[in-house]
Write a protein that binds this ligand. Structure first.
Ligand SMILES: Nc1ncnc2c1ncn2[C@@H]1O[C@H](COP(=O)(O)OP(=O)(O)OP(=O)(O)O)[C@@H](O)[C@H]1O
Length: 227
């Protein structure tokens, strides 16, 4: 990492198969930044996030994410990059046959945690951060949509990520619950974890004004204003 820089893309072209989705992308995201990512369906928002979390390869230009050089990323390094990134997607993707605690244990064990007490402490710590300590033993179906999304955020926080990438995290939620989730993500960014949220919801952007980047006509535009 260079200084506070967490993501740095310079002149990156982003492809899906052979199709050029975004060209000459320049993007800097620093520690604690809170960034909205907008753009029409199919404009390339998810592709941009995929470049950052190593799901699409950087084949031209240079890219750095959480200290990794994306153009030289070996497939065996991808799990280590992903530990430094918290990923929050629209579909909650909790394992439905396990409790909140077991969902979080699963991720910690899969990322190399072995100490039982350390695992238990970390889970309570992250649930505390999202205000759901009391729901430890609940099954996902016993939680509201907003609570499930909070568990997903707790899960994203487990490995103390440098950045959270959220792809339409409020897409399935009512307006009040959406605001609660964004407020939580905003608070997380104020503690130093950068947050990028892809959304189509301009109302929520107006409620939480911040830097806006936009995918449009094959480019990533900076410092966009919305009407
Ligand atoms: N796996 C894939 N293979 C080939 N093309 C793809 C693939 N995924 C996406 N694309 C294409 O890449 C372009 C950008 O898609 P992307 O999913 O990044 O857009 P988006 O802005 O995230 O859209 P949405 O708002 O609908 O999620 C689209 O033209 C899409 O059809």
């Amino acid at each position: 990492m260079i200084g506070n820089s967490i993501i740095k893309l310079n002149n990156v072209d982003i492809f899906q198969q052979k199709h050029l989705v975004l060209s000459n992308v320049n993007l800097h995201i620093d520690k604690g930044d809170f960034v909205w990512l907008i753009g029409q369906t199919g404009s390339g928002k998810s592709s941009l996030l995929k470049i950052i979390y190593g799901d699409l390869a950087v084949t031209s230009g240079t890219g750095h994410a959480c200290g990794y050089e994306l153009s030289k990323l070996a497939s065996k390094e991808i799990p280590y990059l992903r530990r430094k990134l918290g990923i929050v997607f629209q579909d909650f993707q909790l394992l439905t046959d396990r409790s909140v605690e077991q969902n979080l244990q699963f991720v910690l064990r899969a990322t190399g945690w072995t100490d039982k007490q350390g695992i238990a402490d970390r889970i309570l710590d992250c649930l505390e951060k999202v205000g759901l300590r009391s729901k430890l033993k609940k099954m996902p179906h016993e939680l509201s949509g907003g609570e499930q999304q909070r568990v997903v955020i707790a899960r994203a926080l487990l490995n103390n990520p440098e950045i959270i990438l959220a792809d339409e995290p409020t897409g399935n939620l009512d307006p009040d619950t959406s605001e609660e989730i964004v407020l939580l993500l905003k608070q997380i960014s104020q503690m130093g974890t950068a947050v990028v949220i892809a959304t189509h919801d301009y109302h929520i952007i107006r409620t939480f004004p911040s830097r806006i980047i936009k995918c449009e006509n094959g480019k990533v535009l900076e410092d966009v204003q919305i009407a």
